[in-house]
Design a protein. Structure first.
Length: 277
C-alpha cells in the first residue's frame, strides 16, 4: 500500500526490470488496465482497453489526434478525476492494486506515477524551488540535501550550465524549451517509479530533444516510461513497446519493431507508413 510521506532515497528511482519478454509474471508488470472505458459527459473517448506495461520498459502510445491517447495517459495517475463530466468504468492497477482503492493516498500515488505535460507548467517560484517543490512537499529528503538534489536534477536534464547563476530567478524568464526541461527535472526529483510523458519534446529544439531522449534511455529500466508521441521516428528510437490507438480503440500493441515493421492491422500499417495522419 502506498503511504503519504514515505521516505525514499533520492538517489533511487525504483526497481529494475526483471523477467523475460515472453513469460511475464505479476511482478514484471507495474501498470495494467482492465476493461477500461473513459469518457466525458455523453462522449466516450476510449473503450475496453486492456493493456499492461512491463516494469522498466519504455512504451510509446501513438495514433492520430483525438484517438484517446492523452485521456488514457492522464487516467493512469488519476489526473482526470476532477475534470468536469469525467467518467470511467474498468480499472487501472499499479503494482497489482487498484489506483481507486480506498487505501491509496492520491498524492503518494502521483509521486510514484509522475507526469510531464505537453506544455511546460513551472510553478510561480524560483528555478531552484521548482525543482525541489515535490521533494519538500512529500518530505522525502533532508533540508541539507535540497541544494544537492536541485543541482543533480538540473545537470541530469542538461539545464545546469544555463541556470547555475540564476537559481533564484523566475522560471518564466526561461525559454519554452528550458521551462520544459525544468519541469522534467522537477518530475525526476521525487524519484518516480513510472513517468507519464505527454508529447514531452514537442516544444524543444533538436539538440534538446536528443538530450531528453538520451536521458529517458539512460533512466530505463530504473523508471518505467509511458510516452504519448506524434513523432514516429522518436517512438522507434526510444521505445521497447508501442500501442497504436485509433478511433477510441487500442488497435494494436506489440514490440516497437513488430508494430513498425510487421503490423498485423491495416490501420496500423497505414499510420506507421505515413499514409494516415
Amino acid at each position: 500500500m502506498i503511504q503519504q510521506g514515505e521516505h525514499v532515497d533520492v538517489q533511487s528511482f525504483g526497481a529494475p526490470a526483471s523477467g523475460s519478454d515472453n513469460h511475464l509474471g505479476p511482478t514484471d508488470l507495474i501498470v495494467s488496465t482492465k476493461e477500461l472505458c473513459l469518457g466525458f459527459g455523453q462522449k466516450t473517448v476510449i473503450a475496453d482497453i486492456d493493456l499492461s506495461f512491463r516494469r522498466g520498459s519504455i512504451t510509446a502510445l501513438i495514433g492520430p489526434s483525438g484517438s484517446g491517447k492523452t485521456t488514457f495517459l492522464r487516467t493512469l495517475n488519476r489526473m482526470n478525476d476532477n475534470v468536469k463530466g469525467f467518467r470511467r468504468t474498468g480499472d487501472v492497477l499499479f503494482n497489482s492494486e487498484s489506483i481507486w482503492s480506498p487505501k491509496i493516498d492520491l498524492l503518494a500515488l502521483r509521486r510514484r506515477v509522475g507526469m510531464l505535460f505537453q506544455r511546460a507548467n513551472p510553478f510561480p517560484m524560483s528555478i531552484e524551488q521548482n525543482v525541489i517543490a515535490g521533494v519538500k512537499a512529500h518530505n522525502i529528503a533532508k533540508k541539507s540535501q535540497l541544494n544537492q538534489i536541485a543541482k543533480m536534477r538540473l545537470e541530469e536534464v542538461g539545464l545546469w550550465k544555463a541556470v547555475e547563476t540564476r537559481l533564484h530567478d523566475s522560471p518564466f524568464r526561461l525559454s519554452g524549451g528550458q521551462q520544459q526541461l525544468l519541469c522534467l527535472a522537477r518530475a525526476l526529483a521525487i524519484g518516480p517509479d513510472v513517468l507519464l510523458l505527454d508529447e514531452p519534446t514537442s516544444a524543444l529544439d533538436p539538440t534538446s530533444i536528443e538530450a531528453v531522449e538520451n536521458l529517458i534511455l539512460s533512466l530505463s529500466p530504473a523508471i518505467t516510461f509511458i510516452v504519448v508521441t506524434h513523432n514516429l521516428a522518436q517512438a522507434r528510437r526510444i521505445s521497447h513497446d508501442t500501442a497504436f490507438f485509433f478511433e477510441g480503440q487500442l488497435t494494436e500493441y506489440g514490440s516497437t519493431k513488430q508494430i513498425f515493421e510487421d503490423p498485423s492491422r491495416p490501420e496500423t500499417q497505414r499510420y506507421v507508413s505515413g499514409r494516415m495522419g
